[in-house]
Design a protein around this ligand. Structure first.
Ligand SMILES: Nc1ncnc2c1ncn2[C@@H]1O[C@H](COP(=O)(O)OP(=O)(O)OP(=O)(O)O)[C@@H](O)[C@H]1O
Ligand SMILES: [Mg+2]
Length: 166
């Protein structure tokens, strides 16, 4: 398991990070996003979805649990954006048919994965967003090691330790 952390000074940096992250990701996988309310999870996922070629807006699936995207570009890409915040019981994931989504040839992003504890498999990567004063710190915990080789592209982002914290 490898953890890499970066500093995101403002919302624009989160968007920029998402654009670069989109280039590093394979076409299939499961990604968890952790972090408090308003940490920037939806902002980041929205940026990845757009960078992968989705035209038009993206929305937070807070009430619908899942939002599907089928990107018909040169490289077609299916994306499922889950937000489990309003899940009353993790077992609901069974009725939604969570396994079928994950088994598809798609990228699955899951906000609030803790709410689905016991009904979600181990992810390929865990992204954690954390408040750092007005800015954010992002940590990427890569579990599927073969994903790592592409992640060098993110090295241009600042490291949190290089920032003055006061
Ligand atoms: N690096 C950043 N620095 C400061 N603000 C940021 C940064 N990235 C995103 N934000 C802002 O944080 C706010 C909340 O973002 P967002 O809705 O993406 O959070 P979230 O983690 O999805 O929240 P929730 O848990 O409610 O779904 C937005 O106003 C966004 O512009
Ligand atoms: Mg959100």
């Amino acid at each position: 398991m490898t953890v890499q952390t970066y500093y995101l000074a403002n919302p624009e940096k989160t968007v920029e990070f998402g654009q670069l992250l989109a280039k590093c990701l394979p076409s299939k996988g499961l990604i968890f996003l952790q972090g408090n309310l308003g940490a920037g999870k939806t902002t980041l996922i929205g940026s990845v979805i757009k960078a992968m070629g989705h035209k038009g807006s993206t929305k937070s699936p807070t009430y619908t649990i899942v939002e599907p995207y089928l990107i018909n570009s040169e490289n077609p890409q299916k994306i499922y954006h889950f937000d489990l915040y309003r899940l009353a019981d993790p077992e609901e994931l069974e009725y939604i048919g969570i396994r079928d989504y994950i088994d598809e040839d798609a990228l699955c992003f899951v906000e609030w994965p803790d709410k689905g504890k016991g009904f979600l498999p181990l992810p390929d990567m865990i992204i954690s967003l954390e408040y750092q004063n007005e800015a954010r710190k992002i940590a990427l915990e890569v579990i599927t090691q073969k994903w790592l080789s592409e992640f060098r592209q993110l090295d241009k982002f600042d490291k949190p330790s290089e920032q003055a914290i006061n």
